[in-house]
Every structure is written in C-alpha cells, then in structure tokens.
Design a protein around this ligand. Structure first.
Ligand SMILES: Nc1nc2c(ncn2[C@@H]2O[C@H](COP(=O)(O)OP(=O)(O)OP(=O)(O)O)[C@@H](O)[C@H]2O)c(=O)[nH]1
Ligand SMILES: [Mg+2]
Ligand SMILES: [Zn+2]
Length: 292
C-alpha cells in the first residue's frame, strides 16, 4: 500500500496510548498501528514513520534506535542527568544501576546533586567523592539557582534525560531552566518519599537543547545485563581487568584479583564494590531462576 502522507518524526510525549509526535516543525497526536502495540514498546525519543491523518495520525514504524534507557523509558538520548538530592535520601544501588545502564548503552551520564541549599558543602563532597573519577558531577539548587547555568550549558545542542527518584527535583530544575511552570510537589512527610508527581515522560525545548522530564521511581527491577559481563560497566574496574589472574575475572571470588587488591588499598570505593557484589548476586539469581 502506498503511503501518501508518511513523514519521519520523533515521539516527544506519551500519555497512555496517545503519542505526541513532532514532524517537520509540527505536532501531531497519533496512535500506534496494532502490530506495533503488540511488539516492542514505543519510547519517548523514538524516531518513527508517521502517517498523517485526521483526527489521529498513525505511527507505522519505529526506526532503529541509537540507544535506550529502561526506567525511565527514553530512546536516542545523548546524556542522562541523574539527579540525587539531600532529600529523599539517595538510593545508591539505584544510582549505580542507572549508571551501568548508561555505560552499557554508550550514553554519557552526569551525576547532579540537587537541593545543595539544604546540605553542607563538605557533606556533598564526601557523597560524590566515589563518583568524581567516573562521571561528571555537579552540585545544584533548583530552588536557589546554584550552578543552573552550568547545567544549562550541558543541555545545549543535546537531547538529555532527567532521571532519578521521585521528589529529587527533576521538574523543579526543568522549570528553573526553562521558565515553564510544570507541576511539582514535596515529599510525603510520613514516609519521606516522593509522591510521583510527574506521570508521563515528555521532551521540552530548553537552553538550546532538549530535556526529557521523566517519572520518578524507587526501584529498578530489571537491568538487561548478564552478570558475567557486569564488571565491564564499572569504569574503575576496567583498567585493572588485565592484571587479574583470570581474563574474565568477575572480581567476586577469583584468586589474584587486581580489583580486590585495589579495594584493600582503598583505591576502589568500598561502597561501590559492595553494591557491585549485590547487583551481581541479584542478576545471577534472576538468571538462574529464568533457566530453572
Ligand atoms: N530545598 C530545596 N527544595 C527543592 C529544590 N528543588 C526542588 N525542591 C523541592 O523538592 C520537591 C520535589 O520537586 P519535584 O520537582 O516535583 O521533584 P521530581 O523529581 O520532579 O519528582 P517526580 O515528578 O515525583 O519524579 C518540591 O517540593 C520542590 O519544591 C532545591 O534545590 N532545594
Ligand atoms: Mg517531576
Ligand atoms: Zn578481578
């Protein structure tokens, strides 16, 4: 069948099964062709072939992705700005999982500590120290405006994704950078957790680039990494690998392991290593359960 009105566009917003697609400078609301709905999910950031129709256009095809993030689901991004904050208390396992997903997908991660107006400078430095050597780190306050121009300069010319737990201040920072007034909300006082204020993923034009605001989350139940390959997504382990006795040493129980030697000498952060072993065991267990 010949398509007369087919154009290429990018999905910029998904709310339930309605997709907002930008194509040739215009915005269209679309639904997905049935066979797509049954197959792989469509992500915000996906480049698609769109059949323009009224009242609703149709997404006919998803074009190949350069990368994808799981939780939040976003595709074709240049970098992830992973936001943690003074409150809610950072979940460093979650941080490490998002980082390793970035390294696996070849996406540049940036670690951004928000609400620095509530924290002592020394406290922030201690928290970020294990990450300084691995990723670019930045300390900001969405509320007070600290370092927002530096953050804005990291967005320029790129499609970046704001990721992190609910109520770390993703939407607040986006509002401060853009002048938008998207909905934000505080922490639930009883459990000191976010209220999942942002309910869908959406891309906005900001600071000469584009930002995908995403829904906060508190767990990352699945990461698509084999436990036997996990060590390759820890940039501080990779240069030591060749000094381990075994070529594919996982740095868990093997003898003569250079990573464990470095750990003893304090050259590898003990928190990062402990979380590595936890994620390793979790992936191994999931793998074994799948094949039982
Ligand atoms: N003190 C302080 N509070 C902030 C700062 N940035 C954001 N907040 C507050 O943190 C709360 C959560 O902000 P949101 O922007 O809604 O957080 P979010 O990450 O978008 O949350 P979800 O949409 O649920 O994922 C709000 O009450 C904000 O006012 C900051 O720099 N300092
Ligand atoms: Mg939000
Ligand atoms: Zn090793």
């Amino acid at each position: 069948m010949t398509k007369h009105n087919a154009v290429q566009g990018q999905v910029v917003r998904i709310v339930s099964n309605r997709y907002t697609v930008e194509a040739e400078g215009k915005t269209y609301i679309a639904y997905a062709r049935g066979r797509l709905r049954l197959g792989e999910d469509i992500f915000v950031g996906d480049n698609v072939v769109l059949e323009i129709q009224k009242p609703l256009s149709v997404i006919e095809e998803i074009l190949p992705r350069k990368n994808k993030m799981i939780r939040p689901y976003v595709a074709n991004i240049d970098s992830v700005i992973l936001i943690v904050a003074k409150e809610p208390e950072p979940d460093w396992i979650l941080v490490d999982k998002i980082l390793l997903n970035c390294f696996k997908e070849g996406i540049e991660p940036i670690l951004c500590y928000n609400k620095c107006d509530l924290a002592e400078k020394a406290e922030t430095e201690i928290l970020l120290a294990p990450y300084q050597k691995i990723v670019k780190c930045l300390t900001v306050s969405g509320l007070r405006g600290d370092n927002l121009s530096e953050l804005g300069s990291l967005v320029k010319g790129k499609l970046v994704c704001f990721a992190g737990q609910s109520a770390v201040g993703k939407t607040s920072i986006l509002n401060a950078l853009s002048g938008l007034s998207l909905k934000t909300d505080g922490l639930s006082a009883r459990i000191m957790r976010g209220k999942n204020t942002t309910r869908h993923v959406e891309i906005f034009n900001v600071c000469g680039g584009r930002v995908a605001d995403t829904c906060g989350f508190s767990m990352l139940e699945s990461i698509e990494v084999e436990y036997t390959e996990l060590m390759y997504y820890y940039p501080e382990f990779v240069p030591l690998q060749s000094a381990c006795r075994y070529k594919s040493c996982t740095h868990i129980a093997e003898p003569d392991c250079a990573v464990k030697e470095a750990l003893k000498k304090g050259l590898i952060d003990s928190g990062r290593y402990a979380r590595y072993t936890e994620i390793y065991r979790e992936l191994k267990k999931a793998r074994e359960e799948r094949y039982e």
